[in-house]
Design a protein around this ligand. Structure first.
Ligand SMILES: [Zn+2]
Length: 445
């Protein structure tokens, strides 16, 4: 399907006509307009000690290597957004592999380092994950977590219809503590992205910039409560008109009681790998007394609840958790403050708990009472993707709501409660790029 047919199918003829008009107002014949937009995002983020992550199709990079190198030099991360701007769901695994390899080759020729992949239209498939892993990507950022913060009843059916088409197109999943965290699939880190994105808010629902700023803050508030990551998706073509909204969001995040980590997606992937290596060693020091030693990097934070830390002062954290300033301590608790696992619990569960920063010890069923939480999960975490998301979400929720002595690692580094990554897909830089997409996608599918 070509871009015109695709756009008409997903946006409707009315919206497509409108889109065509905006192409000429958002892109220029030269790179100047997009250069200004990219620097706008970089500069706003710099004021908050952050930097963005941009994804770009390899063919667009090939036409504008100097501009992208210039942006990368400003600490922006550049990731791969396909070889051309096509939907991988229409490609076989072999074709996905071939095109991803071609994209890598172009990135290497232009000497732009990359670590991550985001699919056009967030159109990932199970085969895509295999391809990204085989070709050595560190992470991908495609899973679209939906934040239900808009009252759709306030919008006319035509606009609502367009919005709902996007939800289907982006394979939206619901929001939970688990889905708002990155996770491993094999060695590949998957970092969730958030919807509605800028296109859904501006073009589908036609919400004004000021209101969009408020919506982004509402999403940030939810993400902060869940302690997850907010990956904002802002296409640079809307960056200049969104400048105020972006500033509102960053200022809101910056003013939370606990800090919010402003990060590029590659930093998030790096951190997630680091967190998975941390271990907590808990040994008995007599009745109700435990020696705790964390095997972790200096960026880790140790959190505790429903216990007394004997040898050092703690500071309040979030909810019932307190922050222990060092990585070793003596605590008083009636139970061992970690998760006991039955010997038949599957390795998948053990690995998952490590990844989430939750300490666990394998022990026989008769010792279950000695632990704050005891799990017997021989069946593991499910087979189908839906099952896996549901069981993992339930498990994380169970641990997070545990009303018993418990120690764990915070899931973000350096005392941060949540993370905020500003990302944007550079689908086109000039008007020519926009129309070349039609030709390029047709040649490739
Ligand atoms: Zn795109």
């Amino acid at each position: 399907m070509n871009l015109v047919a695709f756009s008409i199918k997903t946006k409707g003829i009315h919206n497509f006509g409108r889109r065509l008009w905006t192409v000429f107002t958002r892109f220029g014949i030269s790179e100047a307009r997009t250069r200004r937009a990219l620097h706008t995002v970089v500069n706003i983020l710099q004021q908050y000690n952050g930097a963005p992550t941009f994804f770009i199709p390899a063919v667009v990079l090939r036409r504008h290597p100097q501009l992208i190198a210039e942006i990368a030099d400003c600490a922006a991360e550049i990731g791969v957004h396909g070889y051309v701007h096509n939907d991988y769901r229409s490609l076989s695994e072999a074709l996905q592999y071939k095109q991803t390899e071609q994209a890598i080759s172009l990135f290497q020729k232009t000497q732009i380092p990359y670590q991550g992949f985001r699919n056009p239209y967030l159109g990932w498939t199970e085969a895509s994950l295999k391809v990204f892993t085989a070709l050595g990507f560190t992470y991908e950022s495609n899973e679209a977590v939906l934040h239900n913060v808009i009252d759709l009843d306030c919008f006319p059916p035509l606009l609502r219809n367009g919005y709902e088409k996007s939800l289907t197109l982006f394979q939206a999943i619901s929001c939970s503590t688990y889905t708002l965290r990155p996770h491993f699939e094999g060695p590949l880190v998957r970092i969730p992205t958030s919807i509605p994105d800028d296109e859904m808010l501006f073009d589908r629902l036609r919400i004004n910039t000021e209101e969009v700023g408020h919506i982004w803050c509402k999403i940030m508030e939810r993400v902060y409560d869940f302690g997850g990551i907010y990956t904002l998706n802002l296409h640079p073509e809307r960056a200049i008109s969104c400048k105020h909204a972006l500033d509102t969001l960053l200022s809101y995040a910056h003013n939370q009681p606990l800090p919010v980590w402003s990060a590029r997606l590659k930093d998030v992937a790096q951190w997630w790998k680091e967190l998975g290596q941390f271990r907590l060693h808990i040994t008995s020091e007599g009745p109700n007394r435990w020696r705790v030693k964390a095997d972790c990097t200096s960026r880790a934070i140790l959190l505790a609840r429903h216990l007394i830390v004997e040898d050092q002062p703690t500071s309040p954290w979030y909810g019932v958790d307190v922050h222990i300033p060092s990585h070793s301590c003596i605590v008083n608790a009636a139970q061992c403050p970690c998760i006991g696992l039955s010997p038949r619990t599957s390795q998948q569960v053990v690995d998952f708990l490590h990844e989430q920063g939750y300490p666990s010890i394998c022990c026989p069923q008769e010792d279950a009472q000695m632990y704050s939480l005891y799990l017997d999960m021989p069946e593991g975490l499910g087979i189908t993707r839906e099952e896996q998301i549901e069981r993992r979400s339930m498990l994380v929720k169970q641990v997070e709501q545990l009303e018993a002595p418990f120690l764990h690692f915070g899931c973000w580094p350096d005392g941060n409660r949540a993370a905020l990554a500003i990302s944007g897909d550079i689908d086109s830089i000039t008007v020519q790029d926009f129309f070349l997409r039609i030709l390029e996608v047709n040649l490739r599918t």
